[in-house]
Design a protein around this ligand. Structure first.
Ligand code: ADP
Length: 420
């Protein structure tokens, strides 16, 4: 039985595809296996995965340059012994020494001398190592660290500038959203009022109006405007939370009443969802100092989600208990037997406008199965809970609309000193 010797692997890191193609062709014809990377970071990853016998390193690259990539590789135990040869067009005095001070073992100049190149590569594979005297080493190491600090400074300035621009754009977005929501609110309030008026006028007209069907139309308009109003309020609330301007009106609050009010507001009686909703151990809980209107919104959002993401016939349980950590307070859990949420989405769902899955299937409803919203319910809930000094988090094994693994949202609210 004969064994094929393992091929000699050479990793070539260069941002120029033409250079890579040339080196690849040359070395492949000498039976080397050539791996290519376009950036220093990709090169490090590939070297870690493939453990090449030799690395050829371009020096002038965007991002991490060849010197920095080499220095980084030298600090990774799996890569520290692999010979690295700089391949560069930089031929000014001291370039060779600089590359070696950065951790390279050799230096080949570009343009590559096609006749000599395979031989040069072989000699490095056979153990050739270029070295510096102690004095040279110290001198070029100093020069290299000054270069690194210069680069670091330039990068920090660049990042600060970009960060400033991002903040400006973010503020523009928030200002626009707030302004648009405010502008929408005025006409909505008017339509809301007139629809109410129309409804009561139709009711006063009695039987004749029922026959005409106009009353029912007015009811429909009212429902739509009501929903539009909720959407605009959500946007305004997010803007308040983002600018830290959510002011709480604290009073002594019975959480059982808050949860019951949220459920009443959802008005499940009108739907045919056949869900089993129960409240457990909420009655015995002590009152806390909190803003009941805001908390009602938190539980409205959590219950509305539990209802939307639990198939007909499922169970939703709201349960509460006292906790001692991190401070004495109450934790309320909203548990459902619904479609669940993948672990990868557990943080994202608390971010604004985050929608899990495909928005193509988006349908707006607060109670229909898998009805969607704007992805603002949980960020608002988190903002309100945070304003109370509390925490909200989710537990769910995974997302699976076939097996319905279920989801539990937890809300922890601390008991403030002046709570009764
Ligand atoms: P929306 O207002 O669009 O429902 P939310 O911020 O309330 O937005 O929720 C964001 C996303 O988190 C939802 O679109 C849904 O994919 C997921 N989600 C929230 N609650 C549940 C739940 N109880 N079960 C499964 N998925 C949920």
């Amino acid at each position: 039985m004969t064994f094929e010797p393992a091929p000699t692997k050479i990793l070539y890191i260069d941002d120029d595809p033409n250079n890579r193609a040339l080196v690849n062709r040359l070395l492949t014809s000498y039976d080397f296996t050539v791996l290519e990377a376009e950036t220093g970071l990709d090169g490090i990853q590939l070297a870690r995965a493939e453990k090449p016998h030799l690395i050829l390193m371009d020096i002038n690259m965007p991002g991490l340059d060849g010197h920095e990539t080499t220095t980084r590789m030298r600090s990774i135990p799996a890569l520290e012994k692999i010979p690295i040869v700089a391949v560069t067009a930089r031929t000014t005095k001291g370039e060779r020494q600089l590359a070696i001070a950065a951790g390279c073992d050799g230096f080949i100049t570009k343009p590559i001398d096609i006749d000599r190149f395979p031989e040069q590569v072989l000699s490095y594979l056979d153990g050739q190592r270029d070295t510096l005297t102690m004095q040279e080493h110290q001198h070029y190491l100093n020069q290299y660290s000054r270069k690194l600090v210069d680069r670091l400074e330039t990068k920090i300035i660049e990042l600060q500038e970009v960060n400033g621009q991002l903040q400006k754009v973010d503020k523009l977005k928030t200002d626009f959203i707030t302004l648009a929501a405010h502008e929408l609110r005025t006409p909505i309030t008017l339509v809301y009022g007139y629809t109410r008026l129309l409804q009561s006028t139709m009711r006063n007209l009695g039987a004749s109006s029922a026959e005409s069907g106009v009353g029912e139309l007015a009811d429909r308009i009212f429902e739509s405007v009501h929903r539009l109003n909720e959407v605009v309020n959500d946007i305004l609330n997010i803007a308040l939370i983002e600018s830290d301007e959510m002011h709480l009106v604290r009073q002594s609050v019975d959480l059982a009443e808050v949860v019951e009010a949220a459920l009443r507001e959802l008005d499940l009686g009108k739907t045919n969802r056949n869900l089993n909703i129960s409240l457990e151990a909420l009655d015995g809980l002590p009152h806390i100092q909190a803003d009941p209107r805001r908390l009602q919104q938190v539980f409205w959002n959590l219950l509305s989600n539990a209802i939307k993401f639990t198939p007909d016939g499922g169970y939703i349980v709201v349960k509460g208990w006292l906790v001692d950590t991190p401070h004495p307070g109450i934790t309320i859990a909203v548990r459902d037997t619904g479609i669940g949420i993948n672990a990868a989405d557990h943080d994202g769902i608390f971010e604004q406008f985050y929608i899990v899955g495909d928005t193509a299937y988006h349908s707006t409803s607060k109670t229909a199965f898998r009805g969607g919203g704007m992805g603002l319910g949980l960020p608002i809930a988190r903002g309100i809970v945070a304003a109370h000094g509390g925490r909200i988090w989710v537990e769910s094994e995974k997302h699976n609309p076939k097996t319905n693994p279920g989801t539990t949202f937890y809300v922890y609210l601390p008991q403030t000193d002046d709570a009764d």
